[in-house]
Design a protein around this ligand. Structure first.
Ligand code: F6R
Length: 608
């Protein structure tokens, strides 16, 4: 995710900004930049690539003299990773400079309004809107301009802002994107994450939603969204630098699991406008959507599992036949593709060799390709005819969690959109589904808050040799991902089975004490799955069931039941996967495994 640093004080700002940005490198980025007030004007330097490029370009900050500045590392969301899209962003007269983390959801609307008023944009970013909007409202009082834009801007933001006319202060503003401020002996600092300031202070203020901080060399003062002064208490950071990089979590995987509510929210909410689904970057007209007569979903690993789920969603809602393939199979199996086929390639990294090769093969066959990708500017994002981004931010743990969740909800949105355009669902059904979708982030948060219960249960399985996951339909797809998570990080052998298929062989492996995890969220087939649970239990299996609240039948059948909140049956994967991720994580931690970097695995598989 992007990183923010800001400094005002007695020392030269640029070296401190570079140092702070270096501490945020672990978060992932594709470009970096700084803006420093030099006594007369704000000077800026930006560069695509590693921080080293920016550092060399500015002679370690020497070419940007001054004691007031802001810096940024950017993880591209709106617009490719280029110098012009890198932050900071200026207003036209270069008197206001802004760095931003988050997503401005209504930026298109604001951009249009500002362009109508004559503002010229020099980047593709949502952030530049903030710089021009500040310019529009600025009449000499920065605080007034900031509070005005906070009432206009929708979405999530952490902002660092400097005004050339007020070089004795910098501003920090936050909504739904983390930001801290702190004081050292010689000045005040802003950062999006603790590691950037730990060298200078352990005493920080966490800015809360819709709060503003004004930093000067001597003091930090706080205001609410109405510009009224507020008091805040500082907190002492006890973590060391490595723990700080993980936000205090023991592992990146745990941190990323906990980021899922935000990830799901960021992927969904900018795409819901006035009750309609609008996927701006997709560029697919209604007629094009109506003409699709078949979808092939192609991906690897967990991304493939999300496609396996969305087959049910696309077919159920939009009534389009869907085939799901492993990319490594698809590329060699000579599939039948025609001009009305849509090939959807799903990839977090956008660089997975087999997925990229499958995409190229599909393009050679002349069919339309759509990439659902997390990394902006990656090969799949660039080469696919259409693209839809998942806004999960960089994922560091090898085992995917938050990107998986973002891929799922991106596909729900597409399926609902396709169903609506093709006249398979009406406006009321869309509205009910969007209502359920919007509830997912809070429901995921609730499930994450029950982690101690899962941990306790997971401790019983540390010595397990084999674990079986069972489910039917979407529950089978969830089981596949639950099983992969467990085996890849804990090295316990596990298999996912379509519950009805057990009797055709696998049940012979069930013996006294074999752990079985049964996923049963689909009401229509619940009784069938319960029968399968009875079958394995009567052969000695110890069963944990994941089912939906209000399904009392499971209580009598399984040894241990985890409930997920009620949601639309198509969306249940987004909830049921949370206890399964936690289960795998705690089993792996209990076994002392290297959770974030499991043996033999790479985050991005760029070879066949
Ligand atoms: C499992 C995992 C992998 C990836 C797979 C595809 O936890 O992360 O199975 O899902 O390697 O990677 P991307 O999505 O980058 O194409």
């Amino acid at each position: 995710m992007c990183g923010i640093v800001g400094y005002i004080g007695k020392k030269q700002a640029a070296p401190i900004l570079l140092d702070g940005l270096a501490k945020l490198e672990y978060r992932g980025y594709d470009s970096a930049g700084m803006a420093v007030y030099n006594g007369e004007k704000i000077q800026m330097a930006k560069a695509t690539g590693r921080l080293k490029v920016l550092s060399e370009m500015t002679y370690e900050g020497e070419t940007l003299p001054g004691t007031v500045g802001i810096g940024h590392t950017r993880w591209a969301t709106h617009g490719a990773p280029t110098d012009s899209n890198a932050h900071p962003h200026f207003n036209e007269t270069e008197t206001i400079a802004v760095v931003h983390n988050g997503i401005i959801e209504n930026y298109m609307k604001l951009k249009k309004k500002l362009e109508d008023k004559g503002y010229q944009f020099s980047s593709e970013t949502d952030t530049e809107v903030v710089a021009h909007l500040l310019d529009y409202y600025y009449k000499g009082d920065p605080l007034e301009a900031i509070t005005k834009i906070m009432h206009r801007v929708e979405g999530s933001y952490a902002l660092g802002i400097i005004f050339a006319e007020h070089p004795d202060v910098i501003y920090a503003v936050r909504k739904d994107s983390p930001l801290i401020v702190g004081r050292s002996g010689e000045g005040s600092l802003i950062a999006s994450d603790v590691p950037a300031v730990l060298k200078y202070t352990r005493n920080v203020y966490f800015i809360e939603n819709e709060e503003i901080a004004r930093l000067s060399t001597e003091a930090i003062v706080f205001f609410n969204v109405d510009g009224e002064s507020i008091e805040k208490e500082s907190k002492q950071i006890e973590w060391d630098i490595h723990a700080a990089e993980k936000g205090g979590y023991e592992h990146f995987m745990l941190k990323e699991m906990n980021e899922q509510p935000a990830t799901v929210r960021d992927t969904i909410s900018p795409r819901i406008k006035d009750g309609e689904i609008v996927i701006e970057e997709l560029g697919m007209g209604d007629e094009e959507i109506r003409q699709i007569d078949k979808i092939h979903i192609v991906a690897c690993g967990s991304a493939y599992h999300t496609g396996f789920t969305s087959k049910y969603v696309f077919e159920g809602l939009a009534r389009i036949p869907v085939e799901v393939d492993l990319a490594s199979e698809f590329r060699y199996r000579n599939p039948i593709l025609n001009k009305n086929t849509l090939v959807i390639i799903i990839s977090q990294s956008g660089e997975t060799a087999d997925s990229l090769a499958a995409l190229r093969m599909a393009k050679e066959c002349g069919v339309t390709t759509l990439g659902i990708v997390n990394v902006v500017g990656s090969s799949i994002a660039r080469e696919a005819d259409k693209v839809m981004y998942t806004w999960a931010g960089p994922e560091i743990a090898v085992a995917t969690t938050k990107a998986y969740s973002a891929q799922l909800v991106a596909q729900y949105l597409l399926a609902i959109l396709f169903a609506k355009v093709r006249g398979k669902i009406d406006a009321e059904q869309v509205s009910t589904m969007l209502h359920d979708l919007k509830k997912l982030p809070d429901q995921i948060e609730l499930l994450l808050s029950h982690k101690e219960r899962i941990q306790k249960f997971a401790n019983r399985f540390i010595a397990a040799r084999d674990v079986f996951f069972l489910g039917r339909g979407i529950d089978y797809a969830i089981s596949m991902e639950g099983s992969l998570k467990l085996k890849e990080i804990s090295y316990i052998h596990s298999e996912a089975y379509a519950a009805g298929e057990l009797k055709h062989g696998t049940i012979s492996l069930i013996e006294e004490g074999t752990p079985v995890i049964a996923v049963a969220t689909q009401n229509e087939i619940l009784k069938k799955t319960i029968s399968n649970v009875v079958e394995v239990r009567s052969r000695g299996a110890f069963v944990m069931a994941v089912t939906t609240e209000g399904t009392a039948e499971m209580e009598k059948t399984a040894d241990y039941v985890v409930y997920i909140p009620q949601t639309n049956a198509y969306f249940s994967n987004s909830l049921a996967i949370i206890p399964l991720q936690l289960f795998s994580y705690y089993v792996a931690v209990g076994k002392g495994c290297d959770v974030d970097k499991p043996r033999n695995l790479a985050k991005s598989v760029t070879v066949e």
